[in-house]
Design a protein around this ligand. Structure first.
Ligand code: 4NP
Length: 169
């Protein structure tokens, strides 16, 4: 069974689609380097969503896409959708980009049975000390570039964590 990751921010056009695409990129790189390319895509599945309905159906923000190309050479794919309660059942781990996203997700879990599935993305960083992925939306291009750096760090840690979880299942 695949391990399913859901990345969540506010709009699902900047941070969480970047996290989803970076994670897919790292998974692909890892599967190519360890020779398990045939199983690529089956073991860990990634998706992203926003807590708001602001940008449903929109592609990633073009400033965010530019940063992903500049910093990592990848194109961001996907269309924004809103987080829904069924995501609690459908995913193994839900990664919130900031504290506000984290609290908004937990508020939707009225029965409090899924709280253990929700974590802050920056918990998985090893080189950065920031506790949240900053919202770049109202800032300049440098903020978008920093989001990519931070997410590469977090996704690398997350991949190690997921691999360790899968090893004990
Ligand atoms: P995201 O960034 O949550 O990383 O997708 C934002 C996108 C849109 C808005 C705020 C943050 N907005 O206010 O429309």
């Amino acid at each position: 069974m695949a391990y399913k990751l859901l990345f969540v921010c506010l709009g699902n056009i900047c941070r969480s689609p970047s996290a989803e695409n970076i994670m897919n990129h790292l998974i692909e790189q890892a599967s190519l380097s360890d020779g398990s390319a045939d199983a690529k895509g089956d073991r860990i599945l990634c998706d992203s969503a926003g807590t708001s309905s602001y940008h449903i159906g929109s592609p990633p923000d073009r400033r965010m896409s530019a940063a992903a190309v500049t910093k990592l050479g990848i194109k961001l794919r996907g269309r924004a959708r809103q987080f829904q309660k069924s995501d609690f059942q459908d995913f193994d781990l839900i990664l919130a980009m900031d504290q506000e996203n984290y609290e908004n997700i937990l508020t939707l879990d009225q029965t409090k049975q899924y709280q253990h599935k929700v974590r802050l993305m920056c918990e998985f960083c090893s080189r950065h000390t920031l506790k949240e992925v900053p919202d770049p939306y109202y800032g300049g291009q440098e903020g978008f570039n920093q989001v990519i750096d931070l997410l590469i760090d977090a996704c690398e840690g997350l991949l190690i964590y997921v691999n360790s979880q899968q090893a004990i299942i």
